[in-house]
Design a binder for this molecule. Structure first.
Ligand code: PLP
Length: 409
């Protein structure tokens, strides 16, 4: 089997493309015509495969989905307008009022808010410290439909014991959903720990250039959908492995319209071609930067699973090819974090992650501001926490930028 990057680069050419084009073209059509109206009816009835309407599927988007399925070694993928649209599809398409979800308490803030919204609609959500699998086990009830975790939690970088939680879910017939955004399928494949569904924000490392939004759910084939009580009879007509994706496609794309545009799909596919190269450089830069900061007298704490003093350093080293390009840190209490940020010349004060450029943000004052101090504390987020997404800049430039900003602070 070809390697990660070779597979992505040559995947489009596995089926015939006109003129010998090496990229799948951007198909802009919203609707698809059939010379035999009976065939049109068969496509609508699911008896024959084919495209019907852009909201439900598009050939350029399919080409990207196919690559994402290969990246995650899955059986099928579904693309969405953003990473949050992909996560939002979980309650919309797979949960009912009265169902229960166990979620890691250490989550990207918007995902945490989304689970609060699901709770308002009658889904019970238990947030637990999932770094201890016993907490996950204790929270499971008869109504538990899924367990949701991130690989490396954004922004405090806690790593849960993915393999133990996967085994627990498998033993109980519960769907294990893993948000792989912080690691990407290049550094980690959640299928290896029994995840049934994998979420990737395509906005981040997979596209990499900070110029397009997208999200994806991949079914790894590890979950037996016959154990899932919420799959409607309509979606049980295909092979069992396709049941989940079929229901997700109908309820979140057809009925809700959270679809990815073909132009965005093309842009993401182009970005994905260099993902592995970019991530290698970002991880190396992150390692150098976190080591320098950890040894600096003006820095109080650095949170990065690649550092030996991180509580889950051993676990993360076993699970992931490298420890990613996102870390967070706290300055000494007498330093104003805004002054420090304003002294940086290369790192940009901005939200977002997985970008080619180094981005830095004071977490409690921005992306986690709305949720308030109490919920931040429960997620392990100090008021002075600063998150960094490390880019592909030349390492010496990045190190000297942080050093000079610390000197001036
Ligand atoms: N999941 C994680 C871990 C994230 O960090 C983010 C965004 O930062 C998302 C999901 C949402 O992705 P998007 O911005 O594409 O909606």
């Amino acid at each position: 089997m070809a390697g990660f990057t070779t597979t992505i680069l040559h995947n489009d050419r596995q089926s015939l493309i006109e003129h010998g084009s090496v990229h799948k073209p951007i198909h802009t059509a919203v609707t698809y015509g059939y010379s035999d109206a009976r065939e049109l009816a068969e496509v609508f009835q699911g008896k024959k495969s084919g495209y019907r309407y852009g909201r439900q599927g598009n050939p350029t988007v399919t080409a990207l989905e196919d690559k994402l399925t290969k990246m995650e070694d899955g059986v099928a993928s579904l693309c969405f307008a953003s990473g949050m649209a992909a996560i939002g599809a979980l309650p919309l398409a797979l949960l009912k009022s009265g169902d229960h979800v166990v979620s890691s308490a250490f989550l990207f803030g918007n995902t945490s808010n989304l689970w609060q919204t699901a709770a308002n609609l009658g889904v019970e959500v238990s947030f637990v410290d999932a770094t201890n699998v016993a907490n996950v086990e204790a929270a499971i009830t008869k109504a538990t439909r899924m367990v949701f975790v991130e690989t490396i939690a954004n922004p405090r970088t806690q790593v849960v014991d993915l393999a133990q939680i996967g085994a627990l879910c498998q033993a109980r017939g519960i769907l294990f959903v893993v948000d792989n955004t912080m690691t990407s399928p290049y550094l980690f494949r959640p299928k290896a720990v029994g995840a049934g569904l994998v979420i990737n924000s395509l906005t981040k490392a997979i596209s990499g250039h900070g110029d397009v939004l997208g999200g994806c759910i991949t079914d790894t084939g590890a979950y037996d959908w016959r154990n899932y009580p919420n799959i409607a009879v309509n979606f049980q007509k295909q092979a069992v492995q396709q049941w989940g994706i079929a229901q997700l496609r109908a309820k979140s794309l057809r009925d809700f319209g959270a679809c990815l545009s073909p132009d965005a799909a093309h842009q993401i596919a182009i970005g994905a071609e260099t993902m592995a190269l970019r991530i290698d450089r970002q991880c190396s830069n992150t390692s150098q930067l976190t080591e320098m900061l950890a040894a600096h007298p003006k820095v109080a704490a650095v949170y990065y699973p690649g550092l030996k003093n991180h509580p889950q350093h051993g676990l993360a080293s076993e699970l992931f090819k490298a420890q990613g390009s996102i870390f967070s840190f706290e300055l000494n209490a007498d330093i104003d974090c805004f002054d420090f940020l304003n002294h940086l010349k290369i790192a940009i004060s901005a939200t977002h992650l997985g970008d080619n450029r180094t981005l830095i943000i004071p977490v409690a004052h921005t992306i986690f501001f709305e949720m308030g101090a109490e919920r931040r504390a429960a997620m392990g987020i100090a008021e002075s926490l600063i998150r960094v997404s490390v880019g592909i800049e030349d390492p010496a430039d990045l190190l000297s930028d942080f050093k000079q900003a610390l000197e001036l602070s």
